[in-house]
Design a protein. Structure first.
Ligand SMILES: Nc1ncnc2c1ncn2[C@@H]1O[C@H](COP(=O)(O)OP(=O)(O)OP(=O)(O)O)[C@@H](O)[C@H]1O
Ligand SMILES: [Mg+2]
Length: 260
């Protein structure tokens, strides 16, 4: 699905992503964690083939991103930018969603059907102008146009930042539902609750280097890794650690531990 081999990236002479190797398989759900400026967005752009590695290799859907056609990479990968306004380029929400589908699907009826499905899922008015809407609505529009294509790899750069609780739930439920159908997800987030609720695996980036890669349960409990990357664990694992409760990561596990 996705494989990085000693991949690095430089802005000019400044190397901001260094010697990264990992693979992401079909159906995995991984979060990419790290402090501001750690290189997370740059690493995601490398994974999606939006920028080419300065060193090493990135293989996306079996294609080396240095030589693959952008259209082929775009068929495999759905990419949500940190700022939805960098993504949205059409005058209505329907046009925006249809624009993404034009390149992914030949069947016009199926395009219409998928577009209606997304408008319904996100409760969006297809005739509305995205630029007159709230940040949350624009984020939903950008995500709708990505999800409509049903990519096999979904790369999300802070999909819930700046959204209220309900918008966050809508977006994460839509991502989860595609994930349940087998899509691999790589998601940047600063929200450790969202990370703990949805991801199985965590990658930690510290000053452009991969500082950890493993089960999120293990990584959130690893003080050395978390502190080095200026991260705090989610509330339940944090409370479990303070109380000395082993193996408690979810609310259900906390209930079970408290009532035993
Ligand atoms: N277009 C650019 N030109 C030069 N340097 C850049 C550019 N974009 C990012 N950088 C630098 O690269 C480094 C990594 O940036 P990046 O945006 O990947 O970090 P990030 O982990 O996504 O941060 P954040 O959590 O704030 O979104 C930072 O030092 C940043 O200043
Ligand atoms: Mg970023």
């Amino acid at each position: 699905m996705l494989r990085l081999e000693n991949a690095g990236f430089c802005y000019g002479r400044n190397e901001v992503v260094t010697d990264i190797s990992f693979s992401l398989g079909k159906g995995e759900f991984a979060v990419l964690l790290g402090e501001n400026g750690a290189g997370k967005s740059t690493l995601c752009r490398l994974c999606g083939g939006l920028v080419k590695p300065s060193s090493g290799r990135v293989i996306n859907g079996g294609q080396d991103t240095r030589t693959a056609k952008a259209s082929l990479l775009a068929r495999n990968t759905g990419f949500l930018f940190q700022n939805p306004d960098r993504q949205i380029c059409r005058n209505t929400i329907r046009e925006e969603i249809m624009f993404g589908l034009e390149y992914a699907l030949d069947d016009g009826d199926e395009r219409e059907r998928r577009c209606d499905e997304m408008l319904d899922l996100f409760s969006l008015d297809g005739s509305a102008d995205p630029f007159n809407m709230s940040r949350g609505e624009r984020q939903k529009t950008a995500l709708a146009s990505v999800l409509a294509r049903r990519p096999s790899l979904l790369i999300l750069d802070e999909p819930t930042t700046g959204l209220d609780y309900r918008e966050c739930v809508t977006i994460m439920e839509a991502v989860s539902s595609l994930h349940r159908e087998g899509t691999a997800v790589l998601m940047i987030t600063h929200d450790m609750e969202v990370a703990a609720d949805f991801a199985v695996r965590a990658l930690v980036l510290n000053r452009g280097r991969l500082a950890a890669d493993g089960p999120i349960r293990t990584i959130m409990k690893d003080r050395a890794i978390m502190e080095a990357a200026s991260l705090l664990p989610a509330q339940i694992p944090s409370l479990a650690m303070a109380l000395g409760l082993d193996g408690v990561f979810t609310l259900d596990e906390m209930y079970a531990a408290a009532s035993s």
